[in-house]
Each structure stands twice: as structure tokens, then as C-alpha cells.
Design a protein around this ligand. Sequence first.
Ligand code: GLV
Length: 327
Amino acid sequence: MSEHQFNILVTEPIPEKVIQYLGEFGNVTVGEVGTYQNEQALIDDIGSYHALLCMLSNPISKNVLQAGKKLQIVANFAVGYNNIDVAAAQELSIKVANTPDVLTEACGDFAMGLLMATTRHFYQAEKYLREGNFKGWEPMGFLGPELRGRSLGIVGMGRIGQAFAHRARAFGMNIFYHNRRQVSADIEEALQATYFDDLNTMAAQADVLSLNCPLTPETHHLVDSNLLNMMPNHAVLINISRGPVVDEAALAEALQNGTIYAAGLDVFEEEPKVHPKLLEAPNCTILPHIASATFETRNAIGMLAAKAIVQVLQGEKEQNIPNLVSL
Ligand code: GLV
């Protein structure tokens, strides 16, 4: 006999503190790494669960939601929730939660680090050293552009875009941004940020183009060969949002041809696969989707997702659950 009334599926191992917290309210099952990246595995198992704490790598499709006969809530262990069919969830009266705010600073730090690693060739230089090629200080080795005085064009001036902009200001960069809506005058002033209504105009002028927008039908392949061709040859592309915002084949070609100077990528179109031409592309930093990977942040993400689950299972009113999302 189960101890509790509710069954909760957590699709991957997450911080123990979060599992313990959920264990006070329900019977918690934790999936093995990678098992639920497969839609069928979710469909097969979801039927007996009242709540699902899932990863951004889990496809929470209409079929999965329909198979969740007892499901009341899907809480994503992420702020981006493009992996969840929110419209289908709404039709089926299943609530959806995400984890805004708690990962903003970790992602801002990471974006700055990724930009540094890319412009200053950290990984190529480290590989060179590890492979025994460092024979002495080289005046012409691994040169890259300085950031001071360069412009950072942010696509998506939400929480994470602003966190990156704050850090970039401290490095002496000038901030441009493109967003669905112009942000408030206070924010613009604090960041000394210039708004571009037109993305192409911004891309043509920015030394660094950073993607900080959600993946939606409108942002799918926002960076395609046309946009890449408009960017200056010395431009750097940074993507910590979602892989499909970039047409990876077009990016690999642009890096190969010198259409742009470099790219720093934490996300990929078909994770965990990386386009083979990107693996070979010069001047490309590629990391396995780790922007929010700090101890503090991953704990906070887990607790925020778990709290929404507990609130929904306890029948809390929607307006009292701040991280529920809707269309
Ligand atoms: C990570 O990519 C997130 O959306 O939280």
C-alpha cells in the first residue's frame, strides 16, 4: 500500500533536498538519466501519476498529457517550457509550471563566461596546452578581440538578457537590444541600452549577437543564413536560449566561410545531438546546456518546481501559484 494519496514522477535525478520535500507530500519515483527523453516511455508510465516534475529534455506532447489520466500538474525543471504542449495541457485542465527568476543570475554569469571563452579561445588554448604544444609564451598565440567598447546586441531583453547586459556593461560594452516590446525607460537607462525595433538593423551593427529569447514558432530559425550574412565578419554569436532559434547548418557554414568570426553555444537544435559540421567548425565553443548549472540555482529550480506541485496537489488557488504558465 502506498503511504500517500498522490504519486509524483520526477523524470531524472535532481537535488536530494527536493526529492525529500516532495516525499513529504507524495510517493516519489525518480527516473533514470535519459529514460524519459523518449515520448513513448512517458506515455507508458505516466498513467498512475498525479504530478510530473520533468526536464526540458522530456517531450511533454499532447499524447503524453492524454495518457496522464490522473495528471494534475506538469512542473518543468527549467524556465523555458517549449518542450511542453501548453495548449493541450490547458484543454485537459492540467496545470503547467516553470522556474522563472531563480536561474537569472547563474545564466547571466554563464553568458559572460561563454563570451569570454569564445573571444579569447579558452578551450582551443587549453587543448593546445594539454596536447603538449605549449613550448613557451607566444606573442602571437590565441589572439582575440577585446570586449571594451564593443557592442552587445541582445535578442530578448527579459530577465536573463538584462542580467547579461549588466555584466557586459561592467566589461565596458555598449548594449543594443531587440525585443517584442521596448523595456521601461528605467531599465534602458540603467543599462544604457539602445532599442532596435528591427532585428536585421541591430544584427548588422552588433559586434556580439546574443540570443536570450524563448523558442516559439516566431523565433524558430531566427538566426538563418540571411541574418548571418547581415552580421559583420568580426561578429560573435552567443546562444544560451534554445538550439532551434539558430539554423545550425547555416551557422556551421557561416563559421567555415568566415561570414562571422565565432560562436559560443550552450544549446543545440536536436539535443543531445550536435550538428556534425558544428563539431568541426572553427571558432566555435560548444557546451552541453549548462548555463544554469550552479549548486545554488539547481536547488532553487527544483524547489520552485516542487512547490508548485505541492500547491496544486493541495488544491491551492491558481492566483497563489506564481510560476504557473498559460498561453
Ligand atoms: C534552461 O535552459 C532553462 O530553460 O531553464
